[in-house]
Design a protein around this ligand. Structure first.
Ligand code: CDP
Length: 211
């Protein structure tokens, strides 16, 4: 069984995907990390993330990079969003994602284009969202708890810029896939959001079972 979880930055999709993984006993791939690894590699080699050849050259990163804490920074998130507009970069990362999705026993993937491009035949599809303000607030708390000095206005601006870039790009833009359930986590606790996600997946599986 394949479960696709998509949504914008800081919507809670990663937390929900991990909780679904525990609930259904399935492995989870955070596909954003792949784009972040490309962004970080471009940064390290002094390349230009907006230049397709530079971004493509950075796609040969080693798996070990995926555990680097530097991947989690806002700066690398923005770089990821910039390299991810290039079609050849997206193409270079597809096989890895499809191999993960189709492994025996099933899998959960979270990202921007899982239900639209990577696994359009997924058994269950959820699009997780939340208001810009709530998402910025989450990033703010996250940064504080890691000893940072976040600035709310720049967090809001960064999220808005990333939303615009992710939704308006030519290749695999962020959008709600046909058949996906929309889960707005703006006013939900993590537990409540996870419970709703499980209920949505169960209902979609049941609908598929009945044909
Ligand atoms: O964690 P957060 O939602 O902030 O970002 P992420 O999921 O790590 O993704 C970082 C960036 O990679 C996004 O802004 C997207 O531009 C890009 N991305 C993508 O294009 N397709 C995916 N399947 C996952 C991420």
């Amino acid at each position: 069984m394949i479960i696709a979880v998509d949504g914008p930055a800081a919507s809670g999709k990663g937390t929900i995907a991990k909780a679904l993984g525990r609930h259904y006993g399935l492995p989870v791939l955070d596909t954003g990390l792949l784009y972040r690894a490309v962004g970080l590699a471009v940064l390290k080699t002094g390349g230009d993330p907006d230049h397709e050849a530079d971004a493509l050259a950075a796609c040969t990163f080693k798996d070990a990079v995926l555990t680097e804490p530097a991947l989690r920074s806002e700066a690398v998130g923005s770089l990821a969003s910039r390299v991810s507009i290039h079609q050849s970069v997206r193409q270079a990362l597809i096989k890895r994602q499809r191999d993960f999705a189709t492994q025996p026993g099933g899998a959960i993937l979270d990202g921007r284009d899982i239900a639209t491009v990577i696994a359009p035949d997924a058994d269950a599809k959820i699009f997780v969202t939340a208001s810009v303000h709530v998402r910025a607030q989450r990033r703010y708390q996250d940064a504080l708890s890691h000893g940072g000095h976040p600035d709310m206005d720049s967090l809001i601006a960064d999220i808005q810029a990333r939303d615009t870039r992710d939704m308006s790009r030519d290749h695999a833009p962020l959008r709600v896939a046909d058949g996906a359930d929309l889960l707005d986590t703006s006013n939900l606790t993590i537990d409540a959001a996870v419970q709703q996600a499980i209920a949505m997946v169960d209902a979609q599986l049941e609908r598929r079972r009945k044909g």
